[in-house]
Write a protein that binds this ligand. Structure first.
Ligand code: NAD
Ligand code: MG
Length: 407
């Protein structure tokens, strides 16, 4: 059985659903809490988590009457306890508390931690067979085969929350696997879509953080500017829907209205459209198998006027090419791709490398890993985390020479 539910597999939804939000204080967390706020009678909050924002977490936990609140940074526990004083909400700190939050009995879990740090908590929800709305794409890029196998074994239902994958999830229901020819995920092209390679090389943090359409967390906004985000999404689509790299195309679509399309054997192409507002795919996951009333603006195509498309440029955006290379190399290589990118983005934010060096560091780390001959499949979360850690160390070791090298 596939962990991503197929069409016609609707089950009756319970009247009041218990939900947990991992990464409740982030951008996806904020959109999710906004949807929950609009349907208080349908959802009861079991647990909420954050990295270090104890005040923001406590405020949400009190507003929603959560049973448990967990902060990843152990140094923030006393602050969280003080902020929750008198509220009769259990709390905890550290990675184990985040995992405990995911393991508590909520029917629906939003996995919206940023980065590979979200893998173990997401697996804790998967292992008890929950419905897991997956925004945290790094879980799949880091340990995709293994993650989907575990979901299948546990009978967990993975609901794709990333807008492109949610679009594919909706469009895939229009045919079966044998009829599918390819999927197309769209990309806005980011702030540097029309820039020359030499200018992209020198782009500043401020310029990279100016996304034309979407308002998102810092890491994913930088990934969008480098198109590493689209690379991560190609890998995410491959693991989520069991697709080969040749079955996944990327199409630049600057208006971000069509999020994903599926081409079937009769040459019908089914697309999902919507305003660039993450509350739309999250609402689909939250309502599934039904649909809820969403607060987002209705789509006014007459006002938008034009939808345009371009082929992606693999030369100016090498991060996208590297994602296909990693997928063709196999599991392990995608873990390295993600880990090296996380190190590179952190180094760019810290002013240690130029924007153009992000992809060079990822490529150098992948090459080093391939040369080491470590191509075995990942059999466990610990395998994935071990490859992730080694790749981070390699990327950190390669960083000084990449920083010095001119493009
Ligand atoms: P964000 O940085 O705004 O929020 C991340 C959340 O995770 C915060 O609540 C933070 O406190 C928590 N967190 C961070 N590090 C943690 C750690 N080590 N342990 C525990 N908690 C930690 O990020 P975001 O933009 O909301 O993105 C979250 C995930 O969703 C990412 O994987 C991203 O790629 C994906 N995503 C985001 C968007 C978007 O529009 N923002 C769209 C699609 C997919
Ligand atoms: Mg996306």
């Amino acid at each position: 059985m596939s962990a991503v539910p197929l069409r016609n597999s609707k089950a009756a939804a319970a009247d009041v659903r218990t939900v947990t939000v991992l990464g409740a204080t982030g951008s996806i967390g904020d959109s999710t809490m906004d949807l929950l706020r609009g349907a208080r009678d349908r959802y009861r909050v079991e647990a909420l988590t954050a990295n270090s924002n104890a005040q923001g977490l406590a405020k949400l936990a009190k507003e929603f009457g959560a049973r448990f609140a967990a902060v990843a940074d152990p140094a923030r526990l006393s602050e969280l306890k003080d902020a929750l004083a008198g509220a009769r909400i259990e709390c905890g700190a550290g990675e184990s508390a985040i995992i405990e939050a995911a393991a508590r009995p909520a029917e629906w879990v939003m996995a919206a931690v940023s980065g590979a740090a979200g893998l173990k908590p997401a697996l804790a929800a998967v292992d008890r067979g929950a419905s897991v709305a997956l925004a945290n794409k790094e879980c799949l890029v880091c340990a995709g085969d293994f993650f989907m196998q575990r979901a299948s074994q546990a009978g967990a239902c993975i609901l794709p929350a990333d807008s492109e994958h949610n679009a594919l999830f909706q469009a895939l229901g229009c045919g079966n696997r044998e009829e599918l020819v390819r999927v197309i995920i769209t990309a806005s092209g980011g702030p540097f879509r029309t820039w020359a390679a030499a200018d992209i090389e020198q782009a500043t943090l401020e310029q990279a953080l100016k996304h034309p359409n979407w308002s998102m967390g810092q890491k994913i906004t930088i990934d969008s500017a480098s198109m590493m985000n689209k690379g991560l999404e190609v890998i995410e689509a491959s693991y989520l829907f069991a697709l080969t790299p040749d079955e996944i195309d990327v199409l630049v679509h600057p208006q971000s209205i069509i999020h994903g399309m599926v081409e079937f054997s009769d040459r019908s192409v089914m697309a999902q459209l919507g305003a660039p507002d993450m509350r739309i795919p999250i609402a689909h996951c939250l309502g599934w198998p039904d649909r809820i009333v969403g607060p987002s603006a209705r789509l006014d195509l007459a006002k938008i006027g034009q939808l345009t498309f371009e082929a992606p440029d693999f030369e100016r955006f090498p991060g996208l090419r590297l994602a296909y290379d990693a997928l063709r190399t196999g599991q392990g290589a995608t873990t390295v791709y993600n880990a090296a990118n996380e190190v590179a983005v952190a180094a760019f934010i810290a002013g240690k490398i130029k924007f153009g060096a992000i992809a060079r560091l990822v490529e150098a780390t992948m090459n080093d890993w391939i040369r080491s001959g470590n191509l075995a499949p990942l059999g466990s979360a610990d395998d994935a985390i071990s490859v992730d850690h080694k790749a981070r160390n390699t990327a950190a070791a390669l960083l000084p020479q990449i920083a010095l090298k001119a493009s």
